[in-house]
Write a protein that binds this ligand. Structure first.
Ligand SMILES: *Cc1c(COP(=O)(O)O)cnc(C)c1O
Length: 480
C-alpha cells in the first residue's frame, strides 16, 4: 500500500461515489438487465498488464451500474432498507484502511474492546436489561447478518441441552416460531442438525395480525412433551419480514421460562425503532429472552454488514463455538479473561465493524437517530393515508413501523382473489424503473409491500411513488 497512491486514487473513488449519489435518481431503481448480461460485456480472462483506474471506472459506469439495483435510491421501497450514511461509509473506509483480522483480543485489542463498548452503548439506547451488557455474564457481538445470529444462538442452545441429556437427544429437539418467521431460522435448523419435522412453524392469521399466539405455543409444547420430544428453542420476531407483525414477547417469555426453552428475539428490522420511547414497548418482555438481535445495517444508518447480537450467557455461546479444550475444561477462570470474539461466531477472522457503528452513534447522536426513524414512520403513515383514500385499494394489516401492506381490491368475480391482478400491478410498477416495491403473501393473498427506509427518501418521493401506482393501476384496468 503506497500512501500517496492511496491518497490520489481514493480521492478519485470518493468523487465517483459522490457523483453516483448525486445522480442516483436517474437510474432505474430495479436493474432491468437479463441474466448473463455481464459475460457478454467483459473479457474472458483477467488482464496480463495493469489497467488504469479510469478505465475500470468507465466500465463500472457503462457495464456494472446498469446491473445494480439501487438500494440507496430514494425511490427504493422494496424488502427492508439497507441503510448507508456518510458516518457509516467513513467507518467502512477506516476499517478498510486499518484492515486487521481481529479474531482474538491480542490481534487488535481496540477492535474487541470498541465492539464491547459500542454494543453496550447500543444496548443501553434500546434499554436492554443489564444482563445483556458485557459488565455481567452476557454481552454483545457484531455478526454479519441476522441469519448468522440465529444460527449461533441455536447451536448454543442445542449444545446446552445436549450437555445435560446426551448427544442422542438431538433427534428429539424441537424448535418453535410462527409461520411468519424469517427463513433464516429454517436454515439454522438445517445446519444445526435439527430434524426438519421438529422445526415447528405455528400458524398465524389476521386475528392476531400475524403475531404468534401464546396459547398455540403452550399447546404445541405440551403436545410435544407428551410425545417424548424435547422443546428447546423459540424464535420470536418483532417486526416480521412479511408484514412487521410483533410477537408478544412477555407472554411468550413466560412460557419459555417455565419450560427451560432458549428464547431468541429477532428484531432485525424493527429493533432500530426501539430507540424511540414510543416504540420501545414492542420489545417489552425482552428481559425474558436469552438473546436479542437487530440489524444496524437495515434501518440504523450503518453500512452493510452489521448485525448486533446480545446474549445473557456468553459462556453458552463460547462453549459451543470455542475449539479450545482449556476453555471447555475450566470455564470459570476463562470467564474473567479477555474476550476472543472468534468464539462467538462462525468464522475465525473478523473485520473491525464496530468502527462504523461507533461513527454512526457519535456523528448522529441519539436525538438525530430518533428523528430519522420517526421521519420514515411518518412517511409510511402518509403513504397509508393515500392508499386508504383511494377506494380501489385496501390497507391489509395495521401499519406499525415504516412498512405499509396493501393491495388492489379485486372485482367481485375474481377467481384468485385478485392475486394475479396485484402481481401484474407490481410487475408493471417495477418495470417502469421509477420505483421498486416487493410483495408478500398473507393468508393466501398476494400483498404489495411499501417499505420506507432509504436514507434519501423524502415526502415528494412517497407521493410520486403513489402516483406511479395509481397510473399503472389505471393503465391496467383499461387493458382488462
Ligand atoms: C432481514 C431480516 C432477516 C435476515 O437478515 P440477514 O441479516 O440478511 O440475515 C431476519 N429476520 C428478519 C425479521 C428480517 O427482517
Amino acid at each position: 500500500m503506497d500512501a500517496e497512491q492511496l491518497r490520489e486514487n481514493a480521492h478519485i473513488m470518493v468523487d465517483f461515489i459522490a457523483d453516483y449519489y448525486k445522480s442516483i435518481e436517474n437510474f432505474p431503481v430495479l436493474s432491468q438487465v437479463e441474466p448473463g448480461y455481464l459475460r457478454k460485456l467483459l473479457p474472458d480472462s483477467a488482464p496480463n498488464q495493469p489497467e488504469s483506474l479510469q478505465n475500470v471506472l468507465d466500465d463500472v459506469q457503462a457495464k456494472i451500474l446498469p446491473g445494480v439495483t439501487h438500494w440507496q435510491s430514494p425511490n427504493y421501497f422494496a424488502y427492508y432498507p439497507s441503510n448507508s450514511s456518510v458516518a457509516g461509509f467513513l467507518g467502512e473506509m477506516l476499517s478498510a484502511g486499518i484492515n486487521m483480522v481481529g479474531f482474538s483480543w491480542i490481534t487488535s485489542p481496540a477492535a474487541t474492546e470498541l465492539e464491547m463498548i459500542v454494543l453496550d452503548w447500543l444496548g443501553k439506547l434500546l434499554k436492554l436489561p443489564q444482563d445483556f451488557l458485557s459488565t455481567g455474564q452476557g454481552g454483545g457481538v457484531i455478526q454479519g447478518t441476522a441469519s448468522e445470529a440465529v444460527l449461533v444462538v441455536l447451536v448454543a442452545a442445542r449444545d446446552k441441552v445436549l450437555r445435560r441429556l446426551g448427544k442422542n437427544a438431538l433427534q428429539k429437539l424441537v424448535v418453535y416460531a410462527s409461520d411468519q418467521t424469517h427463513s433464516a431460522l429454517q436454515k439454522a435448523c438445517q445446519i444445526g442438525g435439527i430434524h426438519p419435522e421438529n422445526c415447528k412453524l405455528l400458524k398465524t392469521d389476521s386475528s392476531t395480525d400475524y403475531a404468534l399466539s401464546p396459547d398455540l405455543l403452550s399447546k404445541a409444547i405440551s403436545d410435544d412433551i407428551s410425545l417424548g420430544l424435547i422443546p428447546f428453542f423459540l424464535c420470536g420476531t418483532v417486526g416480521t419480514t412479511s408484514s412487521t407483525a410483533a410477537d408478544p414477547l412477555l407472554a411468550l417469555g413466560k412460557i419459555t421460562k417455565s419450560n427451560g426453552i432458549w428464547f431468541h428475539v429477532d428484531a432485525a428490522y424493527a429493533g432500530s425503532a426501539c430507540i424511540c420511547p414510543e416504540y420501545r414497548p414492542y420489545i417489552d418482555g425482552v428481559e425474558e429472552a436469552d438473546s436479542f438481535n437487530m440489524n444496524a445495517h437495515k434501518w440504523f444508518l450503518t453500512n452493510f454488514d452489521c448485525s448486533a447480537l446480545w446474549v445473557k450467557d456468553r459462556n453458552a455461546l463460547i462453549q459451543s463455538l470455542s475449539t479450545n479444550p482449556e476453555f471447555l475444561k475450566n470455564k470459570a477462570s476463562q470467564a474473567n479473561d479477555v474476550v476472543d470474539y472468534k468464539d462467538w461466531q462462525i468464522p475465525l477472522g473478523r473485520r473491525f465493524r464496530s468502527l462504523k457503528l461507533w461513527m454512526v452513534l457519535r456523528l448522529y447522536g441519539l436525538e438525530n437517530l430518533q428523528c430519522y426513524i420517526r421521519n420514515h414512520i411518518n412517511l409510511a403513515k402518509c403513504f397509508e393515508g393515500l392508499v386508504a383514500a383511494d377506494s380501489r385499494f385496501e390497507v391489509v394489516t395495521p401499519r406499525i413501523f415504516s412498512l405499509v401492506c396493501f393491495r388492489l381490491l379485486p372485482p367481485d368475480n375474481s377467481e384468485d382473489h385478485g392475486n394475479s391482478l396485484n402481481h401484474d400491478l407490481l410487475d408493471a410498477v417495477n418495470s417502469t424503473g421509477k420505483i421498486f416495491l416487493s410483495h408478500t403473501v398473507l393468508s393466501g393473498k398476494y400483498i404489495l409491500r411499501f417499505a420506507v427506509g432509504a436514507p434519501l427518501t423524502e415526502e415528494r418521493h412517497v407521493t410520486a411513488a403513489w402516483k406511479v401506482l395509481q397510473d399503472e393501476t389505471s393503465a391496467l384496468s383499461r387493458s382488462l
